[in-house]
Ligand binder design. Structure first.
Ligand SMILES: [Mn+2]
Length: 338
């Protein structure tokens, strides 16, 4: 964000506004952490502010301070619409394309509010008047920390905000191990602990919350894993029947895709998850090194994301989807063996 924009946003926030903060659909730790931290910050500045999420989010995130204030657009539809219609400022966090918010898209498109984007994904679209977009950032949470610092308010970061920002950085960096983790990330994390972030508690509450059925579902996923050695690729499938057998709850498959990358020599890992209700196959892509899953997902599976982590979808059956996927790999053989 350039100085001029920071000044302009600072001036906007100096006046009373009606603010709505929006994370992407199926919000993750970074989306919930960043929207909550910003919510606390703006509320403490005396602003009228609400977070409206496109849909529900996993239980292991429902301990973060203020989470009970998050509105669910699916469940509280008319109230959400009214708040968006009345908003003078809309912050969009952890996404950069209105297609990422599902049924909220047409409602946001109608709004005359000033849009402010804070996000670290590639190829932002141009709906926002003020854009803080940086693909080199570990997480939107790290950017919210910077944003508050830009406004000269890092001394106003409360323990509540510190816990939310810490959690989002932790989840988006795979506990500080992905290549997007910089010395600056660690400097911010150190500052957050000084400001009251409870690091051990955040880890326990997010990662040590398995249910027996989730571990059994993981077992099923790992058993289904197919390893394509010639492409250094591993993929997992989960059918709706399998999800039902293990009493699938929202968020249960989070992180499953990463297991493929723990295999020696594998640099491309994918999970295909059948969703009968939506009639789609949800896909997550992960890679190590230079192979861009963002480009792969954009080109073939109506998705996108980052170089090493992206999502996509398919409208054909699980079997047709994996067959199509395998047929694509031929063209990437050199890249995947680099
Ligand atoms: Mn993120």
């Amino acid at each position: 964000m350039n100085l001029e924009d920071i000044k302009a946003v600072g001036n906007l926030l100096a006046k009373p506004q009606k603010i709505v903060i929006v994370p992407h659909k199926n919000p993750d730790g970074d989306a919930i952490g960043s929207t909550l931290a910003l919510w606390h910050y703006l509320k403490n500045r005396g602003q009228e502010v609400r977070i409206i999420a496109p849909n529900d989010f996993p239980k292991f995130l429902k301990w973060m301070p203020g989470n009970e204030q998050i509105m669910n657009f699916e469940r509280e539809n008319s109230q959400s619409k009214t708040l968006i219609e009345q908003a003078t400022i809309i912050f969009t966090l952890d996404f950069n394309h209105l297609g990422r918010i599902g049924q909220m898209e047409p409602v946001l498109k109608e709004s005359d509010a000033t849009f402010i984007m804070i996000d670290h994904h590639q190829a932002p679209s141009d709906y926002a008047q003020y854009m803080y977009s940086d693909v080199l950032m570990s997480s939107t949470c790290e950017m919210v920390y910077n944003f508050i610092e830009f406004l000269g308010d890092d001394d106003k970061i409360t323990p509540e905000m510190a816990n939310c920002i810490y959690t989002g950085i932790m989840t988006d960096t795979g506990s500080f191990k992905y290549s997007s983790t910089t010395s600056r990330t660690h400097t911010i994390v150190a500052a957050l602990i000084d400001k009251g972030a409870e690091n051990t508690k955040a880890h326990n509450l997010v990662y040590d919350t398995n249910t027996p059925t989730r571990l059994h579902l993981l077992g099923c996923a790992l058993k289904n894993m197919v390893i394509l050695k010639e492409y250094n690729t591993a993929y997992i499938t989960l059918s709706q029947d399998e999800l039902d057998t293990y009493d699938y709850q929202k968020g249960d498959t989070e992180g499953f895709v990463n297991y493929g990358l723990t295999l020696h020599g594998i640099c491309f890992a994918v999970i295909f998850i059948e969703n009968k209700e939506e009639g789609i196959i949800k896909i997550s892509f992960r890679s190590e090194g230079n192979f861009s899953v963002n480009e792969f997902a954009r080109k073939h599976f109506n998705g996108g994301g980052h170089t090493n982590a992206a999502g996509g979808r398919s409208d054909v059956s699980l079997q047709e989807t994996t067959e199509y996927f395998i047929s694509l790999l031929k063209d990437y053989k050199t890249q995947l063996n680099a």
